[in-house]
Design a protein around this ligand. Sequence first.
Ligand SMILES: [Zn+2]
Length: 171
Amino acid sequence: MIEHALRADEADAGAPHAVVPGAVSRHQQSAPVKIVAIARDLGLRVWTEPLPDALSGKLVRDPERAGASGWAIIVNAQHVKARRRFTIAHEIAHFLLHRDQALQGVQDDAFYRSHLSGAIETEANRFAAQLLMPWPLIRSLNAEGVTEIRDLAARLEVSETAMRIRLGLPT
Ligand SMILES: [Zn+2]
């Protein structure tokens, strides 16, 4: 099942490596992908703090709290780790791809919806999945014998749902 998915989805159109500086890929060499380190290398600071349950996170311009880029990510401390990691990756996507359209920042609700368009949110989700679940890493885990969805998700510290979507399997 996984092998089929691996063959079927080799090509990532608009994959992170097209936009993410090469040095960042060093954080994708072993599982789990070091998503906070990627954010830091991009000049973003990540803050984990309690937000209303209906919010996943935010990308904000805040000189007091930002990294070198002038931007910071705030992620909801009340959500589980796999979800927080996805939120950080999603906000990194907005920073890299959409910040010119979101100069006042972005606030994502629990379903990763914001004032940006649905197409932009879909793009951010796809990019986040590529960051957290790069194909070379999935293939190497698979070669180590990690083939169950549950185990792949645990090693990559993503939700089983995110893993299934990445592999093109029904959720
Ligand atoms: Zn978003």
